[in-house]
Design a protein around this ligand. Structure first.
Ligand SMILES: *Cc1c(COP(=O)(O)O)cnc(C)c1O
Length: 434
């Protein structure tokens, strides 16, 4: 279907949307008593309506059964991972036993670096993208320093070419080749949080392995946003948070992928804790550690049942919608947003989209910078009941920074995209579309 600038086009797209009813499953923040247009699922996904009941259920089990809740009832807490692993594996393209939910994201970055960053005098470098999310930069630098290396020397940052904002896959691959045997690990954000660029993880993983390095990714902006095939791509490990595109709640638990070739290796070096012990022997409290198979063996601590509850609810919603269907709608919805922005530009708007134009090199987010005064435009958008976000410039752009807009397939509509564009159109005093 081709888009046009009429409101009826947006209405028709909504009518044809197989996921349109899913908006009803979520709770929306209000602005002056009205439902907001929420384009911030890349930062904190919305609350599914079933979350309160799920939390209350855990509270009730705790109240009624106390510690016995771990073993008793229809869904013993001990089996909580079985509830998460199936649906989560589908989201990231993994086998069920290759994923696990535990801790929070940056904590898991440290844990997985603890396993995979084992530098030697000659192989000690880590390759990242310039402008990676700050927590990732801090974590990698801290691990490198802790093991006695100089981050300045050990961390290779792949930069955009002069005058550009995105990375070329060939430049990433060339940097991997150039580092060669000095490279211990490639650690990229799967989708860069600022530009919205989705890297070619299959090619980058293969290149990393060809020089003998591991490939691990922070998929905070990718999990639940774009199709992934972590198992088939032979990615070594990946980590992500549940609270962005997966609607798992503020500070909600993190997900981890560990490829089976590591997960089934009993000698895999891990920072062990009792919850990673084989389930049938965990409570025997033996001295030597016998890890669970798969990613489950990475667990360290007792799962936080109250924090897990919103995540299993949100995974059930994702499962009901179907990941394939979700990603298809996402492409179309973001394509529609891009189309309307281009129509504004054709009428003199000068809104520069940093995010790749190639739909397979991005997810739902478009990062937009507006040369005249991006912050003033952002403030106007906010005052009119649309929630997106503003990120200060880290690419030396004019315009001061970017507006990140992420229409997501589970709870956003084409008419909301239309209303958002209409708001910008009025702000820029561009004459009516139709
Ligand atoms: C959101 C995000 C984080 C946040 O980490 P927390 O430990 O959950 O606070 C880290 N890295 C990336 C790439 C992110 O997008």
């Amino acid at each position: 279907m081709t888009f046009d600038t009429s409101l009826s086009c947006a209405q028709m797209l909504d009518q044809q949307d197989p996921l349109r009813a899913f908006q009803e499953e979520f709770l929306f923040p209000k602005h002056n008593g009205e439902k907001t247009i929420y384009f911030c699922g890349n930062s904190l996904g919305l609350q599914a309506k079933g979350v309160k009941a799920a939390i209350n259920q855990v509270l009730g089990e705790w109240e009624d059964q106390g510690v016995e809740s771990w073993f008793k009832g229809e869904r013993p807490w001990l089996k909580v991972q079985e509830r998460m692993q199936g649906p989560l594996a589908k989201v990231v393209g993994a086998l069920s036993e290759e994923v696990i939910v535990m801790n929070t994201l940056t904590v898991n970055i440290h844990l997985l670096l603890g396993s995979f960053y084992r530098p030697t005098a000659t192989r000690f470098k880590v390759l990242m993208e310039a402008g990676a999310f700050p927590s990732d930069q801090y974590a990698v630098a801290a691990q490198v320093s802790k093991l006695g290396f100089d981050p300045e020397e050990a961390i290779i940052e792949v930069q955009p070419r002069a005058g550009e904002e995105l990375l070329h896959t060939e430049d990433i691959l060339a940097a991997i080749q150039e580092a060669g045997e000095s490279l211990a690990l490639v650690m990229l954000g799967g989708i860069n949080y600022y530009t919205g660029q989705f890297y070619d993880l299959a090619a980058i993983t293969a290149a990393s392995h060809s020089v003998g390095a591991y490939a691990g990714y922070d998929l905070a902006h990718a999990a639940g946003n774009v199709p992934l095939a972590l198992h088939d791509w032979e990615v070594d490990f990946a980590v992500w948070c549940s609270y962005k595109y997966l609607n798992g709640g503020p500070g909600g638990p993190s997900g981890v992928f560990l490829h089976n070739r590591h997960g089934n290796d009993p000698n895999f070096p891990r920072l062990a804790g009792w919850w990673g012990y084989q389930e049938n022997g965990r409570f025997l409290m033996r001295k030597e550690f016998v890890p669970s198979k798969g990613a489950a063996g990475l667990q360290i601590s007792t799962p936080q049942m109250l924090a897990f509850a919103p995540h299993w609810v949100s995974l059930e919603v994702v499962q009901k919608a179907g990941v394939q269907q979700m990603f298809e709608k996402s492409k179309r919805l973001t394509g529609y947003l891009e189309f309307l922005l281009q129509q504004l530009n054709a009428r003199g708007a000068a809104l520069h989209i940093i995010t790749p134009a190639d739909p397979s090199a991005r997810g739902s987010q478009l990062s937009i910078y507006f040369e005249r005064d991006g912050k003033a435009l952002f403030d106007c958008i906010t005052e009119n009941g649309v929630i997106c976000d503003w990120r200060e410039d880290n690419l030396s752009l004019s315009g001061g920074g970017v507006i990140r807009v992420a229409p997501v397939p589970l709870y956003n509509s084409y008419q909301e995209v239309y209303a958002f564009i209409d708001l910008i159109r009025q702000y820029l005093q561009i004459e009516n579309f139709s």
